[in-house]
Design a protein around this ligand. Structure first.
Ligand SMILES: [Zn+2]
Ligand SMILES: [Zn+2]
Length: 364
């Protein structure tokens, strides 16, 4: 059993740190905030690398409500700075990451296998940068540390594991929830960071024909380099028609939705074989309707399944295993780098999808 030195909380109590906080719709700003106090089951991480997520852009625009003054960010990679008195098995100074979803590991939904729904409310496991301060800061408090801190193997760099907390876990989750079988044909609608990881996940699970759909040529090129067999630019070709033609009208076994719009959801359903699985990852807003013709009036044996980013240290360990094995390399997804001081610039670039940006690495 590893031990750790006595907490040095007193030394940090009066110190402040830089943090990116939600000020009001349209404004996420860098502010000075107190370094968080560590409770018995928490760990304080000194953040070494983090990133911005599409969800953070929804928060920025006021489309997803969070409290004013909340620190944003849910993809932490860092070093343990302090451990709560009830936390054992870790050491100060250890390199770790935590998932975007930080389940308690003890409540009914957690023990029932639905860690993302921890606490029993939908999305209850998503706490960082949602219901508690997040990690676009110099320090972040990780709740229920023993369920969530995943040590990073020495030979993996921060950037190599930066997709684990959310993007890789979510994208792979879409492939896993779709129950892809060896030899399957899969369509992935949207090739943003999560869609690209769904493409990688589909290949790892044994799909032998993967259609990747997007409108940005650089994203389609990335999809091809990461394992897509056929790329379709929906601005040039109707993807539904193209996929149905390419499968002799049979449709795909699994369709993965990775954007969260009516159009992509509906297209997934229209390319899906009867009995197929629509695996939905997107965050929808407004109203989502089901076209009954594509849904065979409810009699097509279609399965529709949704996945919120799987979290917890065991999930993170498995994802890092994939990277350590070199069966997947997600480093190409990190296209831009910023220091925390320039995070407002990073938001501007990321939100506008300029300059071929996929993911930005933020280093405090
Ligand atoms: Zn996210
Ligand atoms: Zn729980």
């Amino acid at each position: 059993m590893m031990t750790h030195p006595a907490p040095t909380q007193a030394s940090r109590n009066n110190r402040t740190m830089k943090a990116a906080v939600f000020a009001e719709p349209g404004r996420i700003v860098l502010e000075e905030k107190p370094i968080p106090r560590v409770g018995p089951r928490d760990a304080l991480l000194r953040v070494t690398t983090t990133t911005i997520c599409g969800t953070d852009v929804h928060i920025l625009k006021g489309e997803y409500p969070v409290a004013r003054g909340l620190t944003i960010g849910h993809e932490p990679v860092g070093v343990i700075a302090e451990l709560g008195e009830a936390v054992s098995g870790y050491e100060v100074g250890q390199r770790v990451l935590a998932g975007a979803i930080t389940p308690c590991g003890q409540c009914h939904p957690c023990l029932d296998g639905h860690q993302a729904q921890c606490g029993g409310k939908a999305m209850g496991g998503w706490r960082l940068g949602n219901t508690i301060d997040g990690c676009q800061a110099e320090y972040v408090l990780i709740p229920d540390a023993m369920a969530n801190l995943a040590p990073i193997p020495d030979h993996l760099t921060d950037e190599q594991v930066l997709m684990c907390p959310d993007i890789m876990s979510t994208g792979f989750g879409g492939a896993e929830s779709g129950r892809i079988r060896i030899g399957d044909t899969v369509a992935v609608f949207a090739q943003g960071p999560i869609g690209l990881c769904a493409t990688v996940g589909a290949k790892l699970m044994g799909a032998t024909r993967i259609f990747a759909v997007d409108a940005l040529p650089e994203r389609l090129a990335m999809a091809r380099s990461l394992g897509a067999d056929v790329t379709i630019n929906y601005k040039e070709r109707d993807p539904v028609q193209a996929i149905l033609e390419a499968t002799d009208g049979r449709g795909v076994d699994v369709a993965i939705e990775a954007l969260g719009t009516q159009a992509t959801f509906e297209s997934c359903l229209r390319v899906l074989k009867p009995g197929g699985v629509l695996s939905s990852l997107g965050v929808y807003s407004g109203k989502l309707t089901l076209p009954l013709d594509a849904f065979a009036a409810g009699l097509g044996d279609h399965k529709i399944i949704t996945t919120l980013c799987p979290g917890g240290k065991e999930r993170m360990r498995r994802l890092m295993n994939v990277l350590a094995s070199t069966r997947a390399d997600l480093r190409p997804l990190v296209t831009h780098r910023f220091t925390l001081d320039r995070i407002e610039e990073a938001y501007d670039l990321f939100a506008s999808q300029r300059d071929g940006v996929l993911k930005v690495a933020i280093t405090p």
